[in-house]
Design a protein around this ligand. Structure first.
Ligand SMILES: [Zn+2]
Length: 413
C-alpha cells in the first residue's frame, strides 16, 4: 500500500535523511508484522567522493541493500536502498559511498545498533537477541565492533593511579584481569589471565593510547606475586600499594584457620565462623551474645580475633610514621602469639611491609575496583555466565568503561 506524501517526509525526518536521500516508498504489512521503507535519491543526483571529499561525483552503478532498523511499534522495520558507487571527477576512480544511516558492512542501521549498545548496559545479550529477534552472534559482532572502535580513540595520557584485580570468567577458572583508572573510576583495560603477562599487556595498551607506563604513580593491587613482579618490571616508577581489603583477607583467613583447628577439640566454637570474620559493630545481637559468652574461655580463636582487631587499627593511624609503629608492635605481638596461622600471616605482612605502609601515601584502595567488579559479576550472573573471556571483556568495557561510541543518541524516556 502506498502512503501519502506527509508520511514520507515524516519518516525521512525520523531517519535523519539528508539530501539527496529521501523516502521513496513505505510498505506496511500487518499480517507479516513488518514495515519496509525504500530510500533513494532523484535521478541525476551527485554525491561527495568518499575518497577525496569533493562534491559532484556522479553515480556509476548501484547495489541493493537492506538494513534492519528500530521497530516501528511492534513491527520489524527494514530499510532498503540501492547504494551507489560513484565516479570521482578528480581521478579517485569508482568508489562505494557511505550511507548516512549505517556504517559500511553492517546489516543494521546506526539507530538499531545504538539501541543494542544501550540495552547491553543492563540486559544479557541472549535476552536482547530474543527481544529483537536476531541471533546473538550478530549482536556480539555489533558490541565488539563499537567497543574496539571506541577504545581505539581512548586517551590515557592522564592516567596516574591504577587499580588491578582479577575476576573469574567462569566458575573457579578462566580469569580476566581488570585495570581501573582510580581517579576516573572506570575500567581502562581488561585482558585474559591473571599472571605477570597481564601487566605487560596493560603497559603496551597504555602506550598505544598516548599513556606512559612510567607516568603511573600508584598501582593498587592484591599481594599476588605475579602482579607485584609485573608492576615492578613494566611500571618501575609506580609505587605499589596493597589493597586494604586484600591485606585484611590474609588476616581473616589466618583467624579462620585458628578457629578451624581449635573447633576440632572445642564444641563451643561450633557455628561461630562468621562471628570472627565480621567486625564487632556488624554483629547481630545473637552473635554479640555468643562472642560475650566466649570471652573467659581462654580460646586461641579469641586471641587471634584480638590480633585481627588490632591489625585493623593500623588503617586508622593518622600518618605513615604512627602506622609503622603500630605495625611493628602488632608484628611483635603476632609473632609471639604461638598461633601458627597468625605467625605466618605476620611473616606475609613483613614481606609486603612497604606496600602496606604505602597506603598512607595515597590512601587509595581498590574499593572503586571492587564496585566496578561487582557490576561485572552481576552482569555475569544475569547472563548465567559468558561463553568465554572475550565476551566477558566486551561486556566489562560496555558496563564500566563509559566509552564514547559516537552513535546517534537514543532516548528511551
Ligand atoms: Zn575523489
Amino acid at each position: 500500500m502506498m502512503m501519502v506524501m506527509d508520511y514520507r517526509s515524516l519518516f525521512a525526518a525520523a531517519l535523519g535523511l539528508t539530501p539527496p536521500w529521501q523516502v521513496l516508498d513505505i510498505q506496511f504489512s500487518a499480517d507479516q508484522n513488518r514495515l519496509d521503507i525504500w530510500v533513494g535519491y532523484p535521478t541525476g543526483s551527485t554525491f561527495d567522493c568518499p575518497a577525496c571529499g569533493h562534491v559532484g561525483a556522479s553515480v556509476y552503478d548501484t547495489k541493493e541493500k537492506t538494513w534492519r532498523h528500530l521497530n516501528f511499534f511492534q513491527y520489524r522495520t527494514y530499510l532498503h536502498a540501492r547504494v551507489p558507487r560513484v565516479k570521482c571527477p578528480y581521478g579517485c576512480g569508482v568508489k562505494q559511498i557511505t550511507v548516512p544511516w549505517a556504517r559500511p558492512g553492517s546489516d543494521f542501521t546506526l539507530l538499531f545498533e545504538s539501541l543494542i549498545m544501550l540495552l547491553a548496559q543492563d540486559m544479557p545479550v541472549k535476552a536482547i537477541a530474543e527481544l529483537v529477534g536476531e541471533h546473538d552472534t550478530r549482536l556480539w559482532r555489533i558490541l565488539e565492533h563499537y567497543v574496539e572502535q571506541a577504545r581505539a580513540k581512548e586517551d590515557y595520557s592522564n592516567v596516574q593511579e591504577v587499580g588491578v584485580d582479577e575476576t573469574a570468567a567462569k566458575r573457579g577458572h578462566d580469569y580476566i584481569t581488570l585495570f581501573v583508572d582510580l581517579d576516573a573510576c572506570r575500567l581502562i583495560f581488561a585482558t585474559p589471565g591473571k599472571g605477570k603477562e597481564t601487566v605487560d599487556a596493560f603497559a603496551k595498551d597504555l602506550r598505544e593510547h598516548k599513556g606512559d607506563p612510567n607516568a603511573i604513580k600508584t598501582v593498587c593491587c592484591d599481594l599476588s606475586p605475579a602482579f607485584i613482579a609485573g608492576v615492578k618490571s613494566a611500571m618501575p616508577q609506580a609505587q605499589l600499594v596493597f589493597d586494604r581489603f586484600h591485606v585484611m583477607k590474609i588476616i581473616n583467613e589466618a583467624v579462620d584457620e585458628v578457629r578451624r583447628d581449635e573447633a576440632r577439640q572445642n564444641e563451643t566454637l561450633k557455628k561461630t565462623r562468621y562471628i570472627w570474620l565480621k567486625n564487632p559493630q556488624n554483629l547481630t545481637a545473637k552473635q554479640r551474645k555468643k562472642l560475650e559468652s566466649l570471652k573467659n574461655e581462654h580460646l586461641d580463636t579469641m586471641r587471634a580475633y584480638g590480633l585481627k582487631l588490632s591489625f585493623q587499627e593500623f588503617f586508622d593511624q593518622p600518618d605513615r610514621e604512627s602506622g609503622e609503629q603500630h605495625l611493628k608492635r602488632w608484628y611483635f605481638w603476632a609473632t609471639h602469639s604461638k598461633l601458627v596461622p597468625m605467625i605466618q600471616a605476620a611473616y606475609t605482612i613483613k614481606d609486603h611491609w612497604e606496600g602496606i605502609l604505602n597506603w598512607f601515601n595515597s590512601k587509595v584502595s581498590n574499593g572503586i575496583l571492587e564496585g566496578l567488579n561487582s557490576l561485572i559479576q552481576a552482569a555475569k550472573a544475569r547472563a548465567r555466565g559468558y561463553r568465554n573471556s572475550k565476551t566477558l571483556i566486551t561486556i566489562a568495557y560496555i558496563i564500566t568503561s563509559r566509552l564514547d561510541y559516537g552513535l546517534p543518541r537514543l532516548c528511551l524516556c
